[in-house]
Design a protein around this ligand. Sequence first.
Ligand code: FAD
Ligand code: NDP
Length: 371
Amino acid sequence: MLKSLFKKARTLAGLAATSAAATLPTSPSFSNSASAPMDSPLRTKLCIIGSGPAAHTAAIYAARAELKPILFEGYMANDIAPGGQLTTTTDVENFPGFSDGILGFDLMDRCRKQSLRFGTAIFTETVSKVDLSSSPFKILTGAKTVLADSVIVATGAVARRLNFPGSGDGAGGFWNRGISACAVCDGAAPIFRNKPLAVIGGGDSAMEEATFLTKYGSKVYIIHRRDTFRASKIMQSRAISNPKIEVIWNSVVVEAYGDGERGVLGGLKVKNVLTGEVSDLKVAGLFFAIGHEPATKFLEGQLQLDPDGYIITKPGTTQTSVPGVFAAGDVQDKKYRQALLLPGKGAWQPWKLNIICKRLDLWRARANYNK
Ligand code: FAD
Ligand code: NDP
């Protein structure tokens, strides 16, 4: 019910779906024609799965190298619109060339257009299954099967949620009734206007979301389980210096309860982990900003994953455990997880070089194809 009150970037998925047919280039990049029956497999040299900066960077490189890639951008895959995590944020300020910043959605829209411009065929479908046991690799969505000589997995990551009484979406839970994992998507909803709100986390997302929410809430609490933030200094100081933000250190939420009237979130029980004391915090909104999980379930263990589910790649490359299958972006990188630059390493690395499917790998993929 109240879900509809949430103003979501997710409606963008509908737009993307409508434009899917129009996104196919006039010269299809697969051997079947666009009018081929849906059950007959499409054939391609390269299939890219995902739609964030990594997928589109790969598509741009691959299309310019005349690999004619097919890209599955997902249809609300993992509850995120095509374009990936940046569609859930406001200003992206660290991309060179945009001195005034650029909205995350606009940036991804430009990436998508650039992929199309060089001949990438984009489908607004979610890949549900792959068969990487032999070449050509098989990539399946609900409607299509693609046979590909090489595959790039760039499916990113999804926001984590906490589990405590009142946090769920079933009876007695306030998920989507005041609890969310995306402040940018949901923060402007009327139920949050001029009300106290809370964010859980101590990373850049928590800082950004808390700062963003001060536009709407009367006050924003950041609840963090430790006594220091891991967020970058600039993001921390922006948040801490905001007069509407108060940090509740060394604390965890143990329960969410309703407002007693409308069945929406009314407040939280917050426990100090040092003293064990539980206090009451009246808030109308709670936003999880506690990190992400890699979107690798559809791989069903066919690629080597680390214990947290991230795809393991050969150090310094995007090569996975299966020759001809590459991984790029947050799905294989749990350390940097930045779409853009990696300052501090001394090297200028636009588009985070380790999320880019390096030209070299693509040329290797091409060489494999030509064998
Ligand atoms: P993602 O952006 O995660 O995109 C992957 C997408 O692929 C998914 O979202 C989905 O649409 C699609 N997909 C998933 N599974 C499937 C499937 N099975 N089939 C088809 N498609 C699928 N970084 C910066 O550098 N600057 C910033 O200002 C910044 N702000 C951020 C703000 C927020 C709130 C968050 C959460 C992150 C921010 N980041 C920022 C980090 C940045 O967004 C990520 O590092 C980057 O988006 C990762 O890109 P990606 O291509 O790996 O995947
Ligand atoms: P992070 O993994 O960096 O931070 C997650 C935070 O949540 C940590 O503070 C962690 O606590 C806390 N946390 C994790 N699990 C729990 C739990 N079970 N209970 C309570 N707290 C928990 O994730 P982010 O989403 O913040 O950032 C991901 C990446 O995206 C980073 O690389 C970040 O730099 C980037 N990003 C960049 C932005 C920008 O540049 N504008 C904006 C947003 C994100 P603890 O610290 O104790 O482990």
